[in-house]
Design a protein around this ligand. Structure first.
Ligand code: PGA
Length: 247
């Protein structure tokens, strides 16, 4: 199981970041679960220095540019130099700020070029009765992966994050049986887009109001390989408890 803690902009000081990092290291040691932290960029640099633990680091976003005169951009190369080994691409909170499928795909290319494992975030805005959300998901996956070489496509983690489930609480998250259906569907689409049988090794995560109250049920029979956790990942007491529910 892979757990990515998406700190978003909830964590704004080094003290809290260090507390969360220490709690994550203890949780990783106690459970053997792979924990990846996605802090705001400047804090990532502070935490990853001299990191000897199994806890890894993830960029919340990378620039679609290759560097140069681009004030404010943080490139995949800079993130890799700062100690990140994963990068989110296409999180809905970036898409609402202008990331199109094409930009998401460019970001994935940049991440791969610098040895970062891209975590492609996809998810529908709403669930309609006619299954249009399935077509929407297929298109998001296809548009992001199509420009990539077949070999590159095989190195991507997919995070299914329906927008309607993000930032709520466990009672408004997805139901385990619906998640099982979505995991299967994503695997089917990946099987069409990835070379050979490589999609059977693709990791699919779920994100959207994952908390201690629902993580175990969501993990049980849904076929997911892990979780992308937002608001519940920034409480140093609660986060280790959530991770422990996976064992
Ligand atoms: P949430 O966020 O856990 O706060 O719903 C998940 C995400 O947006 O990655």
């Amino acid at each position: 199981m892979l757990v990515i803690a998406n700190w978003k902009a909830y964590v704004e000081d080094a003290r809290k970041a260090l507390l969360l990092f220490a709690a994550s290291k203890r949780a990783a040691r106690a459970t053997g679960i792979s924990i990846v932290l996605a802090p705001p960029a400047p804090l990532l640099g502070i935490l990853s220095r001299n990191n000897r633990s199994t806890v890894a680091f993830c960029a919340q976003d990378v620039s679609a540019t290759t560097g140069g005169p681009e004030t404010g951009e943080a490139t995949a190369a800079a993130y890799a130099a700062a100690g990140a080994t994963y990068a989110l691409a296409g999180h809905s909170e970036r898409r609402t700020r202008g990331d199109t499928d094409q930009i998401v795909s460019e970001k994935i290319t940049r991440a791969l070029a610098h040895g970062l494992t891209p975590v492609l975030c996809v998810g529908e805005r709403e669930r309609d009765g006619e299954g249009r959300y399935l077509a929407y998901l297929r298109e998001e996956l296809t548009e992001a992966l199509k420009p990539l070489a077949p070999k590159e496509r095989a190195n991507i983690v997919v995070a299914y994050e329906p927008l309607w489930a993000i930032g709520k609480d466990a009672s408004l998250s997805i139901e385990p049986n619906d998640l099982a259906e979505m995991t299967l569907y994503i695997r089917k689409v990946l099987a069409e887009l990835l070379p050979g049988k490589s999609s059977s090794r693709s990791r699919i995560l779920y994100g959207g109001s994952v908390e201690s109250g629902n993580i175990r049920a969501l993990a049980a029979s849904s076929g997911v390989d892990g979780f992308l956790i937002g608001h519940a990942s920034v409480d140093p007491l609660n986060f280790p408890q959530i991770v422990k529910r996976l064992i």
